[in-house]
Ligand binder design. Structure first.
Ligand code: NAP
Length: 186
């Protein structure tokens, strides 16, 4: 998608972003839409981190360079057990477990290759943010796995607007202070 194209973030998949796998966005979003602050998440919810880990384990995970660098800072390595596809315009050197992609179509292709070669043909590719990546890939996303964090924190990064009427809720698991929810396109 060209950066200047004005596209409805919930519109149908653009042909260049078609993929054989189920494309799944996974996000934790506060009631006020905040997903990040100062390059990090504005909360620490261990159960959500565990949920992210269990859900994405042994799959390719596409993310933006800022999110990737945040994970490297925290873990000292890319997400273990997954292939991280890092979207960037830079010529980044990546350790084992991460590959660089310079555009969306490249990222989807790299994720499909990783699914085939490293994850036993995994049928899902995850989109793990940040905001710039959700925004660009949402038109191609088939499923949203959302942790709805019932707080209104200050932040500088927001999940893009999405038209809930074009999505159907398929799961809802209420926890203390947050909800695990899933949506598929109606
Ligand atoms: N709550 C959650 O679930 C969640 C999930 C993920 C992230 N976050 C938070 O979100 C924040 C980061 O999000 P962000 O939107 O600022 O940054 P981001 O999306 O993680 O990364 C942005 C960078 O990705 C690269 N990029 C994006 N699209 C590209 C494309 N089409 N082609 C090439 N490169 C592309 C560019 O890197 P270059 O500048 O290198 O070209 C761009 O500067 C952090 O606070 C993080 O903690 C929250």
């Amino acid at each position: 998608m060209s950066a200047d194209e004005d596209r409805d973030a919930t519109a149908a998949t653009p042909p260049e972003l078609e993929t054989d796998r189920e494309l799944v966005a996974i996000v934790a979003v506060a009631d006020n839409g905040v997903i990040g602050k100062d390059g990090d998440m504005p909360w620490h919810i261990p159960a959500d981190l565990e949920h992210f880990k269990e859900t994405t384990m042994d799959h390719p995970v596409i993310m933006g360079r800022v999110t990737y660098e945040g994970i490297l800072e925290t873990l000292g390595e890319p997400l273990p057990g997954r292939t991280t596809v890092v979207l960037t315009s830079r010529n980044l050197e990546t350790p084992e477990g991460a590959v660089v992609a310079h555009g969306l179509a490249d990222a989807l292709e790299a994720a499909e290759t990783a699914a085939r070669e490293h994850h036993d043909g995994a049928d899902r590719v995850f989109v793990a943010g940040g905001a710039t990546v959700y925004e660009q890939l949402l038109p191609a996303v088939d499923r949203l796995i959302v942790t709805e964090v019932h707080r209104e924190p200050e932040g500088d990064t927001f999940f893009p607007d999405w038209d809930r009427e074009t999505w159907t809720e398929t799961a809802r698991d209420e926890r203390e202070g947050f909800t695990f929810a899933e949506y598929v396109r109606s």
